[in-house]
Ligand binder design. Structure first.
Ligand SMILES: [Zn+2]
Length: 121
């Protein structure tokens, strides 16, 4: 059901974890498969210097978190806010089982929440 790339990212996530004293946090969830995703951002001069995620969920949600982090690290907040779930699926090798598309959307939503949270400060 999953591509090799998704399985690889699920098994060896480089961005899994937590950041102490983050500049922004984004937390989202979906009821479809009970995924909960929390992301932590370290922001310096408008650039995402570090990003970590904690995701409790299915394999697709974890792989999507990993792909999203990879895409936005070292990007400006403006660039990062333009990331779509399509970019995330592309980063995952271009294939996402249709029933799991909502899991890749989760990555994008968590990121947007975190940016929103940061801009409110
Ligand atoms: Zn899921």
């Amino acid at each position: 059901m999953y591509s090799k790339k998704i399985i690889d990212m699920f098994k060896n996530p480089k961005f899994a974890g937590e950041i102490k004293n983050p500049d922004a946090i984004g937390e989202v969830g979906n009821v479809k498969c009970g995924d909960i995703m929390k992301i932590y951002l370290k922001i310096d001069s408008g650039i995402i210097k570090d990003i970590k995620f904690k995701t409790y969920g299915c394999m697709a949600a974890i792989a999507a978190s990993e792909a999203m982090c990879k895409l936005v690290k070292e990007k400006t907040l403006e660039e990062a806010s333009k990331i779509t779930s399509k970019d995330i699926v592309k980063e995952l090798g271009g294939e996402m089982p249709l029933v799991k598309v909502h899991c890749s959307v989760l990555g994008m939503e968590a990121l947007q929440k975190a940016i929103e949270n940061y801009n409110k400060k």
